[in-house]
Design a protein around this ligand. Structure first.
Ligand SMILES: *[C@@H]1O[C@H](CO)[C@@H](O)[C@H](O)[C@H]1NC(C)=O
Ligand SMILES: *[C@@H]1O[C@H](CO)[C@@H](O)[C@H](O)[C@H]1NC(C)=O
Length: 450
């Protein structure tokens, strides 16, 4: 029994090694010359196979998770097709994250929030342009858009401030503008996160036209959209077109437990598999994006928004109105889930400037330090406190430890004084020589000048 098992095992090993090493044994000469024992040959074979296997799987996972843009939905001549350019995506590393500019809205009296925004911008290498928020009750009747009579003053002010941001884009020479509200928070790797997004946006599944030459060279996110939602509070997808959802890997996606529950449901409905939580984001056609805390617009988008949400009148608060236009299909948008920007909440809704907040409403709680945001792996507002932390006296102690005997003896002190006066005398001599030289030079110049 035992012997038959071991015989079988032997045959198996033989056949495996025969198969596995057929190549080597075919090229037998070399091996024969090596004169290796069979176990040694088998061990070598197994090592080679394992090494090759892990190389292949590493390559496959690298390609799958990092670099490969999914198949393109539109038809394109394969000879002119170029892969997403890293060079273009790298524009996201600049001060405006690869957009033409970044503007943020803040009520003029919220200097506390403006301080925070400028601090964030400086610490993370960003350039934020301030656009003042508008007090809705200051808008005169004649200037109000059609059908705006039922909006509350804060909603009207919010609408006005966003239209001013859209106008800022039209007045600039930018092609795109990222619009933020002043309570935004983001991951410390914001530049890398937008660089990853750029690679995907250049070849996303939702495009219906191939990128133009100009887009390929100068538009890191393409220009085939009006609005790009990167900081919504929630969105629901267009259930009829779930086939368009484009899922991509991003190493800075928050884990499931760090993700706001609403986005978990949203990610599941967009088709992100449970095992891919904390690794993947989805780009979907915008359908129901709530909040205007962080979104980008293109020049064409700003034109359409001003036309539809000012010139023609309005149908509701600005974010609800944008949703209507998206669902009607008269503007085109993309939403990123989970979003790349999140709100920094201090003292709950009481800190909001458009939810029934009066200008002089008293603030409760402990302010910024007790604030929080969700759905970020590493909150920029939290990390910035650590980044700026200094322990000056400890650093001095470490680099310049105090001298062993700070109290000098009288003899040492006399010696030091002596050295100092010697140095002083030397200095005087040098200065004297320099004065003389200057005087000589002056005379020469005078002579030549005369
Ligand atoms: C950042 O890159 C974008 C896209 O190329 C460009 O339009 C923008 O001017 C750049 N911003 C800065 C501050 O260089
Ligand atoms: C920030 O952007 C504005 C508007 O584009 C520009 O005028 C300003 O010089 C920039 N600031 C810095 C520090 O780059």
């Amino acid at each position: 029994m035992t012997s038959s098992v071991s015989e079988k095992a032997g045959t198996l090993v033989d056949s495996i090694s025969a198969r596995c090493c057929r190549l080597e044994w075919a090229a037998n000469d070399a091996v024969a010359r090596l004169n290796w024992s069979r176990p040694r040959l088998i061990a070598t074979c197994v090592t080679i196979v394992l090494a090759l296997g892990s190389l292949v799987s590493l390559t496959v996972s690298y390609v799958m998770f990092l670099d490969l843009a999914p198949e393109l939905p539109y038809i394109m001549d394969s000879t002119t097709e170029t892969p997403p350019t890293r060079r273009l995506a790298a524009h996201a590393q600049n001060e405006t994250l690869g957009f033409g500019g970044i503007a943020y809205l803040s009520m003029p009296y919220r200097t506390d929030r403006q301080d925070a925004m400028e601090l964030l911008a400086s610490v993370y290498g960003l350039n934020f342009t301030y656009i003042p928020g508008v007090d809705g009750s200051s808008i005169v009747e004649k200037s109000k858009p059609l059908h705006s009579y039922w909006l509350r003053p804060p909603e009207l002010g919010c609408w006005r401030a966003h239209v001013n941001a859209w106008r800022y884009l039209l007045e600039s020479d930018f092609e795109t503008l990222l619009v933020l509200e002043d309570d935004v928070d983001f991951d410390v790797h914001i530049h890398d996160i937008f660089e990853t997004l750029s690679k995907q946006m250049q070849h996303n599944r939702i495009r219906i036209t191939p990128p133009t030459e100009h887009e390929r060279t100068a538009a890191p996110y393409g220009l085939d959209w009006d609005v790009l939602f990167v900081g919504q509070c929630s969105d629901h997808s267009n259930d009829d077109r779930l086939d368009l959802v484009h899922i991509y890997a991003d190493p800075h996606v928050p884990s499931r437990q760090d993700t706001f529950f609403h986005f978990i449901g949203q990610m599941e409905s967009l088709g992100i598999k449970d095992r891919n939580f904390g690794m993947m984001r989805a780009i979907a056609p915008s359908w129901n994006p709530v909040c205007t805390m962080g979104y980008a617009i293109t020049r064409r988008g700003a034109e359409r928004l001003i036309l539809d949400i000012s010139y023609r009148g309005i149908t509701g608060p600005v974010d609800i109105d944008i949703i209507r236009k998206l669902q009607q299909g008269i503007i085109r948008g993309y939403t990123i889930t989970p979003p790349l920007l999140s709100a920094w909440r201090v003292d709950g809704a009481k800190d909001s400037d458009n939810q029934a907040l009066e200008k002089d409403q008293t603030k409760l709680g402990t302010g910024n330090l007790n604030g929080y945001s969700t759905s970020l792996k590493m909150s920029a507002r939290k990390e910035m406190v650590k980044i700026l932390e200094l322990q000056n006296w400890n650093d001095i102690q470490r680099v310049l430890p105090p001298r062993a005997n700070p109290m000098m003896t009288a003899a040492q002190e006399a010696e030091e004084q002596d050295e100092q006066s010697k140095a002083g005398a030397e200095m005087q001599e040098i200065e004297e020589a320099w004065r003389k030289r200057k005087f000589e030079m002056g005379r020469i110049m005078e002579k030549w000048g005369g």
